[in-house]
Structures are given as structure tokens and as C-alpha cells.
Design a protein around this ligand. Structure first.
Ligand code: CP
Ligand code: NVA
Length: 329
């Protein structure tokens, strides 16, 4: 596999073989770190971490992965640089590309990360846009592979906001890796028909199945994985009332986990999660809407089926693999 110089904007740009190779490299660097082996494959590389939106996992994963490999990460927050205020995306890209060896971008419009990629002259990695979150999906695929030993044929139910960045990106990842993937959501929150057409064309090649399903019983039946995400993504904060009304029946709770009919189904969530609104985080939502949890109950989140911390750790190993594959000499 030679991915040197490539951008990482969505998994649509990567073949199934390339995705599997990135997962293999992720598993290798994970094992190396556990053994205390640090080969410094990115020594003297400088990495720009450009953030319009907040982040815990993605920012920390890029930072730690870069430092583990001997690179220097530089955090550039939305209020720190001229970006988007005094200087255009294209000009910022050309300046950063003269100084840095790779650029991570997290922000709103997907067109912004595309413009950075067009002008920077160095690899650009998408750390989340309104439309896609591909580094998260690599971590999710690695986690599923670690639990079940395979991806092909895995029954994967994504429950909740079926048209957000996670739904879009998981659907692409599942199509590329041959899963039986279901979006389980109210039809008002089904994905963009153009993207469905694209992923179904990929599925026809890989043997994947992509299904959209409003009915919960049908959607989660025989699921190996139940995955959910927040009901209101960053940038949509005015929509809590409307989403709670639409999505409360789709909350992942113990009764839903039972509906899989499988004893070894796992629960995944990209995090952060609103699983316990009464203990501080999300208290305002609890007070306003009177619900103790949103997309997942505390019972499921804290259960043995929940693999969310493995998933969060895997962000670091998979992001390290992406940086090595696209940047190392
Ligand atoms: N899952 C994820 O991207 O988390 P952060 O928003 O904390 O980076
Ligand atoms: N859909 C969420 C994902 C967070 C990692 C958001 O965009 O806020």
C-alpha cells in the first residue's frame, strides 16, 4: 500500500483494500505502543491542527499520535489565527502548506476541508465536518474487527439521526467493508438520496447491504452492533426540542438491546454522549425536557456490552496510522 501524499477527506476516496491496510497498520501501531516501541516515523514533521469546532478525542488523538511518532503538533483554534476572518481558506492553506507537512481540519462546511486540500500542497485530514467524520469510522471499524474478528457480514444498526456526519460516514465504511448496515431512523432523518445511491453502488461490488428502516424491531433484529450518536450535532443547537420529539422512540435502551436477539451484541457511540443528564452535563436539557438521557440510557452506556472506551482509544491508533500512511518517508 502506498498512500503517501494522499488526503483523507472521506472514505469514498479509499478502496476496500486501502481501508483494510489502514486497519492493519492501526493494529500494528497499537501493539507497538503497548510494547513500548516507538519507531518515530514522523520525526521532524510539523502538523497543523485547525479547529473551528470543539474537540476532545480528535484533538488529543492527533496530538498524542504525532508526538509518539516524533512529530510536532500545533493547535490552531478558531480565535487564534486569521483563518476565515482576515484571510481566505485558499490563502491560509497555501501559507500552512509552506510551513507544515500535514494539516488536520475540523469545522463546519465540508467545502472548507476540500478547499484546504486543493490549495495546501500537503496531506489534509478531515477531523469532522458537518457532512463526514472519516477518522472516527476507522476507529469504529477497528473496534468491531477486534471484537468479532471480521467486518464482512457484520450486522450493524445505526440508530438515531440518520443524516448526520456519523451516519453518512458509517454508511460509506460499511459499504466498503461488506457489512449488513441499517439506518434505523424516522424517515424525516434518512440520509441524502444521492449518498444512498453512491453507497448502494459500492455495496453491489462488495456484497454489503444498505437498508433504511423506520421500524425499530426490524432494524435492530440480529444486530451485532448498535451504534448511536447525539441527536443534535455541533452547529444545530437550536434543534433540541424537535429532535427529542422525533428521536425519543429511537433511544438506545436495554429493551432495544434485547431486540437484537443476540446475547453478544455490542454498543458503540463516537462520543461525547448524553447518557446521564441528571448529574451535571446536560442538566439544562433535563430541566427543560424532563428526560434523564437522550440517545442512550446510562444502563446501556455503562453495561458490559458498551465498548465506547476501546473505541475512543482506537481514535489515536487509527489517526496515527493515517498520518504515517500519508506522510512518512
Ligand atoms: N468522537 C469525536 O470526534 O470526539 P471529539 O468531538 O471529542 O473530537
Ligand atoms: N454528530 C456529532 C459527532 C461528534 C463527534 C457532531 O457533529 O457533533
Amino acid at each position: 500500500m502506498n498512500l503517501k501524499g494522499r488526503h483523507f477527506l472521506t472514505l469514498l476516496d479509499y478502496s476496500p483494500q486501502e481501508i483494510h491496510a489502514l486497519l492493519d497498520l492501526s493494529a500494528k501501531v497499537k501493539e507497538e505502543k503497548k510494547q513500548g516501541i516507538f519507531p518515530q516515523r514522523l520525526l521532524h514533521k510539523n502538523i497543523a491542527l485547525l479547529f473551528e469546532k470543539n474537540s476532545t478525542r480528535t484533538r488529543c488523538a492527533f496530538t498524542v499520535a504525532a508526538i509518539d511518532e516524533g512529530a510536532h503538533p500545533e493547535f490552531l483554534g478558531r480565535n487564534d489565527i486569521q483563518f476565515g476572518k482576515k484571510e481566505s481558506v485558499a490563502d491560509t492553506a497555501r501559507v500552512l502548506g509552506r510551513m507544515f507537512d500535514g494539516i488536520q481540519f475540523r469545522g463546519f462546511k465540508h467545502e472548507t476541508v476540500e478547499a484546504l486540500a486543493k490549495y495546501a500542497g500537503v496531506p489534509v485530514w478531515n477531523g469532522l465536518t458537518d457532512s463526514y467524520h472519516p477518522t472516527q469510522v476507522l476507529a469504529d471499524l477497528l473496534t468491531v474487527r477486534e471484537v468479532f474478528g471480521r467486518l464482512k457480514g457484520i450486522v450493524f444498526a445505526y440508530v438515531g439521526d440518520g443524516r448526520n456526519n456519523m451516519a453518512n460516514s458509517l454508511m460509506i465504511g460499511a459499504a466498503k467493508t461488506g457489512m449488513d448496515f441499517r439506518i434505523v431512523a424516522p424517515s424525516a432523518l434518512f440520509p441524502d438520496p444521492a449518498l444512498i445511491e453512491t453507497v448502494r453502488a459500492i455495496a453491489a461490488e462488495t456484497g454489503a447491504r444498505i437498508t433504511l428502516c423506520e421500524d425499530i424491531e426490524t432494524g435492530v433484529k440480529a444486530a451485532d452492533v448498535i451504534y448511536t450518536d447525539v441527536w443534535v450535532s455541533m452547529g444545530e443547537e437550536s434543534r433540541f426540542a424537535e429532535r427529542i420529539q422525533l428521536l425519543l422512540p429511537y433511544q438506545v435502551n436495554a429493551a432495544m438491546m434485547k431486540k437484537t436477539g443476540k446475547a453478544d451484541s455490542i454498543f458503540l457511540h463516537c462520543l461525547p454522549a448524553f447518557h446521564d443528564l441528571q448529574t451535571g452535563v446536560g442538566m439544562d436539557i433535563y430541566e427543560k425536557f424532563g428526560i434523564p438521557a437522550m440517545e442512550v440510557t446510562d444502563e446501556v452506556f455503562e453495561s458490559p456490552a458498551s465498548r465506547v472506551w476501546d473505541q475512543a482509544e482506537n481514535r489515536m491508533h487509527t489517526i496515527k496510522a493515517v498520518m504515517i500512511a500519508t506522510l512518512a518517508d
